[in-house]
Ligand binder design. Structure first.
Ligand code: AMP
Length: 170
């Protein structure tokens, strides 16, 4: 399936010079949605993970159904101040700005094998921050899953040496 034909390109969002790859049009297409989730599930099945960590907020859209299809649990990595119990926290840089991510301290156990999921890998800063959070919990990072890779930004090169699953490359 040609997923690119279902992904909307929005120039200059959220600021000038950014070509935003909008997955809402892909999510709204029943066949595209099913193909996306089936493909990610198939490619991630061999990683032997027992938790999916989704990055707020589009990582939740991808991560929750992926976790369910893999038969494992889901853990949110959230923007600051959203999680109610004790958290690990880390600041990171985006393609456009800086932000902070948090994870519940008790959400992962040492020995858990974790897959980090998001819609897009751009510079890799967000995914790297999520990997640092997973490391703070003592769990094992087993891989990353993204629908879209912006290959020109070479985010992949910043990430730890684990499998990086992607479906569409720009
Ligand atoms: P980065 O930390 O640079 O890899 O940025 C990844 C995060 O920002 C992901 O959560 C994406 O949802 C979002 N993002 C960055 N650049 C884009 C883009 N060009 N189109 C869509 N989402 C983007």
């Amino acid at each position: 399936m040609d997923l690119k034909s279902l992904i909307r390109d929005v120039p200059d969002f959220p600021q000038a010079g950014i070509m935003f790859r909008d997955i809402t049009t892909l999510l709204a297409d029943p066949g595209g949605l099913r193909y996306t989730l089936d493909s990610l599930t198939q490619k991630c099945a061999g990683l032997g993970v027992d938790r999916v960590v989704g990055i707020e907020s589009r990582g939740f859209i991808v991560g929750v159904p992926l976790a369910e299809k893999l038969g494992v649990g889901f853990v949110p990595a959230r923007k600051p101040g959203k999680l109610p119990a004790a958290v690990h926290s880390i600041e990171y840089s985006l393609e456009y700005g800086t932000d902070r991510l948090e994870i519940h301290q008790d959400a992962l156990q040492p020995g858990n094998r974790v897959l980090i999921a998001d819609d897009v890998i751009a510079t890799g800063g967000t995914a790297l921050a999520a990997a640092d959070l997973v490391a703070q919990t003592g769990a094992i990072l087993a891989g990353f899953a993204f629908v879209i890779e912006l290959a020109g930004l070479q985010g992949r090169s910043r990430l730890p040496q684990v499998p990086i699953i992607t479906l569409v490359e720009y």
